[in-house]
Design a protein around this ligand. Structure first.
Ligand SMILES: [Fe+2]
Length: 189
């Protein structure tokens, strides 16, 4: 992890953690450092060499003390994620290049039936480079990449894979859980 802007971002986030170890406080404060990261033309240029990921994230950095990670997610044009939540973790999602729609949902059932969740779409927000989205724990959402695809840089309060996340099928009302995206170590030059 040598890319200067990513290094600086990590240092700024570590300083936030050192002052206050609660992601609920840190995540809003991390938007300024993330905005500077997304504005780095060198990072955007280097992202042209990053591979398209399907159910995978590039792992740029994992913090040895606080456990947060910095990921890259590259989508083909029109690629749509499954509707999901991130369980208990906090996510700061930043659009580096391309465009997407971020689709949000509310859960409207009473949670009395196992394996079932009724959801309702509440928003569909078009986003462009520089846009940031704080995804709170258990927030239900999906992303749809635009005509040119998209590249996102993502900070998560914990590395996915070691815990289950919620999955939602609005057609059938089915709810199930499975581990989050596979992490592919991707040191930045
Ligand atoms: Fe997500």
């Amino acid at each position: 992890m040598a890319m200067q802007s990513v290094q600086k971002f990590v240092e700024e986030v570590r300083a936030l953690y050192a002052a206050d170890n609660d992601p609920a406080d840190i995540w809003p404060r991390a938007k300024d450092p993330m905005a500077r990261l997304l504005a780095d033309p060198e990072l955007a240029a280097s992202s042209k060499d990053w591979p398209v990921s399907d159910h995978e994230n590039l792992l740029f950095y994992e913090d040895p003390d606080y456990g947060f990670v910095v990921n890259g997610l590259i989508k083909d044009p029109g690629r749509k994620t499954r509707i999901h939540d991130h369980a208990h973790i906090w996510v700061l999602y930043g659009v580096l290049t391309g465009s997407e729609d971020i689709v949000r949902y509310d859960r409207i059932d009473d949670r009395s039936v196992p394996d079932r969740a009724d959801i309702r779409q509440t928003a569909c927000d078009p986003v462009a480079p520089g846009a940031m989205d704080i995804v709170e724990p258990y927030a239900i959402h999906a992303e749809v990449a635009g005509d040119a695809g998209s590249v996102a840089v993502i900070m998560r309060s914990a590395k996915p894979g070691g815990f289950n996340q919620g999955r939602y099928d609005p057609e059938t009302g089915r709810y199930w859980e499975s581990p989050g995206v596979t992490q592919i170590p991707w040191p930045l030059a």
